[in-house]
Structure formats: structure tokens, C-alpha cells
Design a protein around this ligand. Sequence first.
Ligand code: URA
Length: 425
Amino acid sequence: MSYSAVDVIRVKRDGGALTDAHIDWVVDAYTRGLVADEQMSALAMAIYLNGMDARETARWTRAMVRSGERLSLDVGRPTVDKHSTGGVGDKITLPLAPLVAACGAAVPQLSGRGLGHTGGTLDKLESIPGWRAQLSVDEVLAQLRSVGAVVCAATEGLAPADRKLYALRDVTGTVESIPLIASSIMSKKIAEGASALVLDVKVGSGAFMKSLERARELASALVSIGVDHGVRVSALLTDMSVPLGRAVGNAVEVEESVEVLRGGGPADVVELTVALAREMLSAVGLSSVDPGEVLASGEAYETWARMIRAQGGDPEAPLRRGRHKHVVTAEADGYLVSLDAYAVGVAAWRLGAGRARKEDPVQGGAGVLCLVKPGEPVVAGQPLLELYTDSGAAVDGALEALDGGWSVGEAPVARGPLVIDTVRS
Ligand code: URA
């Protein structure tokens, strides 16, 4: 069946529901270049404004999965993946993937690069000398069998419709639509072939979803698409109003992840890593394994080292920090009462840890170390933040982003829970 793109746009513009046939046709025709970017932009804006219901969203996801290949992960262990909607200092994939592999599951993490103030997992790992993000499908399968965990770039053949549409949404103000975000995330994850998926839906200033209500809505949309495609999906709603851990950037986040894998590291990073690992293990019938014990035993670090070596990296190599270091100090005695995730994320990004356009390079050594976190005492003159970059001229922009992004008060304030809720089907 063939349609006119204008007719399909009109249906959504006027608040109607797209039929399955409309959706299959328009996604396929756009992927093949038969529907023009300006037509898809108009349709994306109509969807942004008028939404899609659960049936339309599930069908849109299916059409995007079908635009490319779907991997078959027959690797001798149950497969389970994690996806985060993105946050500041969110390095959890780094300790989590080897931890869950050390617990007996296989973790395929086919990731994208960071855009904007939230960092990308591949950018972080590329700060390890020699580490290679690009793997063939055969290499992915071989590594899943031998190591149990792989973090690498998504292959070109996975959900090509989403790759094209996401780039278009990025430049047409249509990213922040729940049905479009949910179908975008789930199409890639379903195509990747894992049998179960745990989502970390971030809420707060440093996240896509600023309110709990929107985050819950996104989590429900993601879980419902999973049900429709026979993939077991659950979602943790987690706080992203404060950066996760103390390190925000690339090499600094790898260093912090290694601390966690060696049994130390910040309590919030450990808590979230173990909570997500528990959920992932339970999704594939391994709930009798205690990820906290495995983390403490050092086995997860061994799996990390093998995972890094398998992709050409040297897990023992010292990591570079940016040549310029700038320290922000406290002006008064008291307690740090706030440290805004978005401000710190933008600062790290301006220091060179992130990119503004897909093709921009990132600096492995750029980033921010949060030496003090909310709730901790400070004295006047005490260093609060360390900024690292290779471009000294970037420091002013980072300081501007941090202006008003932290505050010291006389009494400590209590923080809410890190894991706010869990949504399951
Ligand atoms: N991440 C994705 O993969 N897609 C979106 O639309 C938003 C975040």
C-alpha cells in the first residue's frame, strides 16, 4: 500500500490516529528516501503536538525495528541489557555490564555517543588507551560468549529509521515527545536482541524528564512497548537532580567506575549499580545471585579488565586529565545544600567532555570533580569543584555554567531517595 505523505501528515495534524498501514508505509518510505526530510519534520511536529496512543507507538516502534536487522543473541547465557535515559555523571554502564556478566548473564550494550550535557558511554571508554568502540556483529557475539559483556557502538544496520529520524528531531525541536522518545529507545534495544531490558529513567534537572509525572509516563510507554514485543522490560525511576558520584566527564568517570569495581567508590554509584544489577538478574531468572557480594569479591573487576582487553584497551593504563586545572572553593563555612546536575553537566560539556554536534571530537581528560556533595560539611576556602580541560579558554564558560549551580547553607538538607520507584509490566 502506498500513501501520499501529505495525507498522512494531515491525519496527525488534525488530531487523528495513524493506521498501522500509514505507519508502516511512512517509516519505510522515509528510511528509503521516498519521504523527504521536510515532510517527516512536519509529521514529527504533528506527533509532538498531538501525540500517539499506545497502539500507534507500538506500531511505530515495530516499523523502526523492521527498517534494519535484528540480532539473534544465541550466546549460551541469558541476555539482558540496561538503558539509561541519560544523566550527569551517569557512568553506571561501566561497572554494571561487567558486574552482571560476572553474575552469570550476558550483557550486550550497543550504545550511542553523547550529545549535549549528558555524556556518552563510548566517549568515556575511548579515554582508555587503545580501546575500540567499533565491533562487527561476529566480534560482539564472540565477546559475549567469552567475556559475557560488551559495550560498543551500535552497528549501522540496527534501526536505521531511528538513526535518520533522531538526527532530524534533533534539529527540528521534536526530541521531547514521549511516544517518539519511547519508540526511539525501544526500537534500538529490540533490534539488539536482548531478551530482557532494564531502564533507568532519570528524573530531575540533569535529565530529559524534569518532573516525576513525565518520567513515569515515559517509563510506562517504554514498558508497554516491551510487552508488545515480547521483551521483558522494567524501569527504575531515579533521581538526577544532583550529579551521580563525584566525577563528571570521560577519563574521570572511568577512574571512578574502576574504584567501584575494586570495591570502593561513591555510595550513590554503588547503590544504583547494585539496584540495577538486581533488577537485571531477576529479569533473567538469576535472582539468587547477590550482585553486592560479587562486586565485593573482585570478580566484576576481573570481568571489566577482560572486557577492556578484548576491545584492544589496557585496563591498567594511567588515564590523562586535562592540562589546565581550575579549583572552585567555598566562600563560607556550613554545608553544601545544593549542587545542580544540569549546571555541572553543562560545565563539563563546555570544558570539552561533550560535543555540540555529532561530528565534534571530545577531550578524554576534560571534566569536573565534585569534591563535596550535598549534605557534606564545608569550611571557607575549601575546594568544592576541580575543573579539567586542555583548552584554558573554556574555563570561563564552565564557571559561568556553574554560577548559581551550588550553594552553601548553615544546616544540612535531607536528600530524597536515589531510586524513587520501579515500573514493571
Ligand atoms: N535517546 C534516544 O535514543 N532517543 C530519543 O529520542 C531520546 C533519547
